[in-house]
Design a protein around this ligand. Structure first.
Ligand SMILES: [Zn+2]
Length: 239
């Protein structure tokens, strides 16, 4: 498009004389662009809020393994930012302990009928849009389990719906609609956390995707899930 669009990466390394080489970093990512005409509160400021809150927690309690916080550009243009990033990691042979990608994570409703089922999804989907989707591929099954268990432990009240799809998810286009797909394509483990976007949120990509439509209890639950996943992945028992 004739311009340079930066991804933004913040790296938090363990402090002190930890063993070298360090374990592979865990990446937490969200995208900072939105579509024209939409303020993008759910898509994707909600994901960035999680990133910023996790950054604050890491500043208070350094991790046991490196944590990379990534804000990707041009997600809405076909994952261009994350695709460039993941391809570069692969080229540099940089190992990654996994990527947790925050899609829309701020909209929830207790109302029956507020949730639509994305076509082709091979599991039952509840009628109330109050659960967090945790989507991985076969190669990321363990990361899906880590996040699901972290959710159960840290936020028992938050409902989750875990799903793993074959290969790179190409048979189910809806499960490839965020930056995690760029990591799948380069052979990295990655999961997407999502409120299911347009299958739940009537403000998706609209001028009405405003902060006053977000559910902050739900969003806070997501922050705690990511925090607990990090603790699980970064604690002394992590691989
Ligand atoms: Zn979007």
């Amino acid at each position: 498009m004739g311009r340079t669009f930066p991804n933004i990466l913040a790296i938090r390394n363990p402090i002190g004389g930890r063993r070298l080489p360090r374990p592979a970093p865990l990446l937490i990512g969200a995208h900072y662009d939105t579509v024209a005409g939409s303020p993008g509160a759910d898509d994707n400021a909600s994901g960035l809020i999680v990133l910023l809150e996790i950054a604050e927690r890491l500043s208070e309690a350094p991790p046991e393994r490196p944590v990379w916080l990534a804000a990707f550009c041009l997600e809405e243009q076909g994952l261009l930012g994350s695709a460039a990033f993941a391809a570069r990691l692969r080229k540099l042979k940089q190992p990654l302990g996994g990527a947790v990608i925050l899609e829309c994570v701020g909209y929830a409703s207790e109302e029956e009928g507020s949730q639509r089922k994305p076509p082709g999804i091979p599991v039952p989907v509840p009628a109330a849009g109050n659960f967090l989707g945790i989507i991985g591929n076969d190669a990321s099954r363990r990361l899906v389990t880590v996040v699901e268990e972290a959710a159960r432990r840290a936020v028992p009240a938050l409902k989750t719906l875990g799903l793993t799809v074959p290969g790179c998810g190409k048979s189910l286009p809806d499960v490839r609609r965020s930056d995690h797909a760029a990591f799948w394509d380069e052979g990295y483990q990655a999961v997407m956390l999502t409120d299911t976007a347009n299958y739940r949120n009537p403000h998706y990509h609209q001028p009405t995707d405003r902060v006053d439509t977000l559910n902050f209890d739900f969003l806070e639950g997501v922050i705690d899930v990511v925090g607990a996943s990090l603790a699980a992945r970064t604690g002394p028992n992590a691989e």
